[in-house]
Design a protein around this ligand. Structure first.
Ligand code: VAH
Length: 315
């Protein structure tokens, strides 16, 4: 069967994806890699390699060393960080993808997962129940790179037969690893600050509605699309995926049900413009029809689970 390599394993998605894949396939069959060593406990939890996703030879060497069959390419600069460093964001987000696509084209690996984002949509996209196929004029470096990446994934599948699969992640919320550089990361920060300070100052306005998903659902979707029979994957650019949508005011209300004295203030910054360019809700019917996607967490269940885990970590 070959082994599995996660590139960018120390990131918000990568750490949880690594843990889940190791539960499913065995620790020694899942190789974690990142450009530098992250949390020592995580690095020590199974095979780990320092790999720069931009160095083709390093990626190829790890694939040959461990007889890798599947690659999950999770390394990227997210929306807010990418706006501060457009050239590097384009380089990392695109060239890391070309390296992995070309290794698959050369039949060095059999299957690829590559994360896209609802950031591929822009200000001219219909904001409610955004369809799989619609106007896509992303206005962020991150969104432009993800839209371009989707086009190349579909091209490599159609022209070279590469089995690459992709999901347009909404904002993702998790308790085990802090996110980095995302516009939706307020929805993680708010839980930490609610417990530590009893209050939170949000960098988006109270009525900013965005598509969101709990990490447990995102990890399950990632594995389910990779496990689906190839004939079920009818979209080879990237699938819309959704679970819920909410505003900072709405998530604050669910926190107050657990922490009655919690208060929130709003001080929008440069990330407001990014958020305003994205959809408010997503139609993911193609994923539900093609490979039986079904989310499990809504906002109330997520808040309960987040606060339980973060509280127990603090003890
Ligand atoms: C970001 N968390 O905020 C990512 C995500 C839809 C947003 O792609 O950049």
């Amino acid at each position: 069967m070959g082994t599995i390599l996660i590139i960018g394993a120390c990131g918000q998605i990568g750490t949880e994806l690594t843990k889940k894949l190791r539960e499913l396939y065995g620790k020694d069959n899942v190789i974690a890699s990142d450009v530098r060593k992250g949390d020592p406990e995580f690095v020590a939890s199974g095979p780990f390699e320092v790999v720069n996703a931009l160095d083709f030879n390093q990626v190829e060497e790890v694939i040959e060393k461990y007889k890798v069959a599947e690659v999950y390419l999770m390394a990227a600069l997210l929306s807010a960080t990418a706006e501060k460093n457009p050239a590097f964001a384009w380089d990392l987000n695109m060239n890391s993808l070309f390296h992995v696509l070309n290794l698959a084209k050369a039949e060095k690996i059999k299957k690829i997962f590559w994360p896209s984002s609802i950031a591929v949509f822009g200000p001219t996209t219909p904001k409610q129940n955004t369809p799989q196929y619609t106007v896509m004029e992303p206005s962020t470096v991150y969104g432009i790179s993800k839209q371009s990446g989707e086009r190349w994934c579909e091209y490599y599948h159609n022209i070279y037969g590469v089995d690459v699969r992709s999901i347009r992640y909404p904002g993702l919320i998790s308790w085990s690893t802090l996110p980095g550089g995302g516009t939706t990361d307020y929805a993680v920060d708010i839980y930490h600050k609610a417990l530590s300070d009893g209050s939170y100052t949000c960098f988006l306005s109270e009525d900013t509605r965005l598509p969101m998903m709990y990490m447990d659902d995102a990890i399950r979707a990632t594995i389910e699309i990779m496990q689906a029979p190839a004939e079920n994957i009818k979209i080879r650019s990237s699938y819309n995926l959704s679970a819920m949508d909410f505003t900072p005011k709405e998530i604050a209300e669910t926190i107050k049900q657990h922490i009655p004295d919690f208060t929130i203030a709003y001080e929008p910054d440069f990330r407001q413009k990014i958020a305003d360019s994205w959809p408010q809700s997503i139609d993911d019917s193609h994923a539900r029809n093609d490979w039986n996607w079904q989310h499990q967490y809504g906002l109330d269940a997520m808040t309960t689970d987040m606060l339980e885990h973060l509280s127990s970590m603090a003890e």
